[in-house]
Design a binder for this molecule. Structure first.
Ligand SMILES: *Cc1c(COP(=O)(O)O)cnc(C)c1O
Length: 338
């Protein structure tokens, strides 16, 4: 079985399991789990931010950030394909009572000009108060697309001029760092908060970290408790996450290379329509002619290859550390035979 449905499917490697087994733990709600504290500190230091908060999921880190940055009735500006809008169960309204202004970006990326055009006049009582911009890097529904860092700087300027906070959903930020060779410390200077996932391509079993300044993380810690995300001896899973950020970041380049190989094979096929630009570990393409997206994923599944039909015409394949080169070659042979 070769599973391209998601990079969340990875299992801990033997090295990771052994690190988890040896973890020194305590009660993290009391702030007494040394491994969780170490993970929060190393992630914060990595991005040059003051503090971190370990949470069970990336949905929780995003939702806590939105809760901290907005008040009920205010508005969040984001791309129409954003995870925070499409895939978090309506959490922006459910948890924060905020509304959303959607922007049609370029494969999930929005521009400073689009942000500027989406800010409501704060003196117009009819309009919600725009208070937060949320960006995604890499953009999942944009096919793992990455921003140019300079575009973050332009968006940040618009935010500063208009009293908006800036959040980054960095579920796959490490993929972007590896692909673009960006300096993580630059991210800490631009964003008011960053959410990173350890359980995607990095391969840890559970967990995400929210980063920000001390005051922000202090408030976030309270919301984590309210959301039911305060964990006790969480050091066992934090140890897996620590192992992931020390041992499994550089290898992401291999996943990106594998994604290119799959894309090249797909490009030759008459049933493949628009293939999104492949920049990292995600391959998204339109299916046309002989197959619907479902037909194609079923045909692949019969040959032991699993992909996701995201819409009736769009298929997604995600490359991760449990897919090796032999599996990629096997997949390419199957694609060629269709
Ligand atoms: C996976 C993902 C998240 C968080 O998902 P969880 O499953 O809740 O950890 C957030 N944003 C993006 C873009 C994602 O792909």
């Amino acid at each position: 079985m070769i599973d391209f449905r998601s990079d969340t499917l990875t299992k801990p490697t033997p090295g990771m399991l052994s690190a988890m087994n040896k973890a020194i733990v305590g009660d993290d709600v009391f702030g007494e789990d040394p491994t969780v504290n170490e993970l929060e500190k190393s992630c914060a230091d990595y991005f040059g931010m003051e503090a971190g908060l370990f949470c069970p999921s990336g949905t929780m880190t995003n939702q806590i950030a939105i809760k901290c940055h907005t008040k009920p009735g205010e508005e969040v500006i984001c791309d129409h394909l954003s995870h925070v809008y499409l895939y978090e169960g309506g959490g922006i309204s459910f948890n924060s009572g905020a509304s959303v202004r959607l922007i049609e970006g370029n494969y999930g990326r929005i521009t400073a000009k689009q942000v500027l055009q989406s800010i409501n006049n704060p003196d117009d009582v009819h309009r919600p108060i725009s208070s937060l911009v949320s960006l995604e890097n890499t953009a999942n529904r944009g096919g793992g697309s990455c921003y140019e860092f300079i575009d973050f700087q332009s968006i940040k300027e618009v935010c500063l001029q208009n009293n908006l906070r800036l959040h980054l959903d960095g579920a796959r930020l490490f993929n972007a760092l590896v692909a673009k060779k960006d300096n993580p410390l630059d991210y800490g200077k631009i964003f008011d908060s960053i959410s990173i996932c350890l359980s995607k391509g990095l391969g840890a079993p559970v967990g995400s970290v929210l980063l920000g300044n001390k005051d922000f993380i202090h408030r976030a810690r309270r919301f984590r408790k309210v959301f039911g995300g305060g964990m006790r001896q969480a050091g066992f899973i934090a140890a897996g996450a620590l192992y992931a950020i020390t041992h499994q970041v550089e290898r992401l380049a291999e996943d990106h290379h594998h994604a290119q190989l799959i894309a090249a094979a797909l490009r030759e096929k008459d049933f493949v329509g628009n293939l999104f630009p492949v920049e990292t570990n995600i391959v998204i393409f339109e299916v046309k002619g002989r197959f619907t997206a479902k037909d194609l994923t079923q045909t692949l599944a019969e040959k032991g290859i699993f992909a996701i039909a995201m819409t009736p015409t769009i298929v997604r394949m995600v490359i991760h550390l449990d897919v090796n080169y032999d599996m990629i070659s096997q997949t390419i042979r199957v694609i060629q035979s269709l």
